[in-house]
Design a protein around this ligand. Structure first.
Ligand SMILES: [Ca+2]
Ligand SMILES: [Ca+2]
Length: 222
């Protein structure tokens, strides 16, 4: 699955390169957005969003869940991060995790160790093992004289519409059917997010939420 995704993203990158850099990205494109250096790191941290293949991605604007975001990095899956003003020639560890707080096996998506330069700059290229929509990712840095400092946060958009369980680009009764089949343990594919109500579990509550959404009730779906 991951290989196929990577291959698709590489093809998509070629399309982007061929069509020029100032492309207006519509809703439904995957990418990283809301990249924000943490308080205290706005002047010492620099970053570059990259595709899985390592190509630099420039920011553009995109519609995500009805909101316009101006710092959207389409197809980005990696983040090259540099922090200056640190100890010279010292070891630093970077953590990328879901939400804030202590790293756990469940919330940790990337960890790496690098040595800072002789002028006190450390550079990491974070490539999270997985990124999900509607999750706040936080980046922490630790060193001998630096105790776990939050240095950055960002969000990710998977490119699949909330409620589009079968991944055909539309949200309709077919998705309700597919989710019901999935809950009944039928062997069906569910490329969309099956946790429709966003509570971290997949069960009948998600079926109810999707049904309410399709009936135009004022409910939020993820
Ligand atoms: Ca669908
Ligand atoms: Ca759920």
């Amino acid at each position: 699955m991951k290989k196929i995704l990577r291959a698709f993203l590489s093809m998509a990158l070629v399309c982007v390169l061929l069509s020029g850099s100032l492309v207006a990205f519509a809703a439904g494109d995957a990418g990283i957005f809301n990249v924000t250096p943490a308080t205290g790191y706005t002047s010492s941290l620099t970053y570059e969003a990259q595709t899985a293949a390592g190509a630099k991605v420039n920011s553009t604007s995109a519609e995500i869940k009805g909101y316009t975001v101006t710092n959207f990095y389409a197809k980005a899956e990696k983040m090259k991060i540099s922090v200056k003003g640190l100890d010279n020639n010292a070891e630093y560890v970077i953590f990328v995790q879901k939400a804030t707080g202590d790293p756990t096996a469940e919330n940790l998506v990337y960890v790496d160790q690098q040595k800072s330069s002789s002028s006190g700059t450390v550079t990491f290229t974070a490539f999270p093992k997985s990124l999900e929509s509607n999750v706040l990712y936080t980046v922490y840095l630790s060193g001998t004289s630096l105790s776990r400092a939050k240095i950055m946060e960002f969000r990710y958009n998977s490119g699949i519409l909330p409620g589009d369980i079968n991944g055909d680009g539309k949200v309709n009764n077919k998705d309700l059917t597919r989710l019901a089949q999935h809950l009944a343990k039928k062997p069906v594919e569910t490329p969309g997010n099956t946790d429709v109500n966003g509570d971290g579990k997949v069960n009948n509550k998600d079926l109810t939420r999707l049904a309410q959404y399709l009936a135009k009730k004022p409910v939020e779906i993820f």
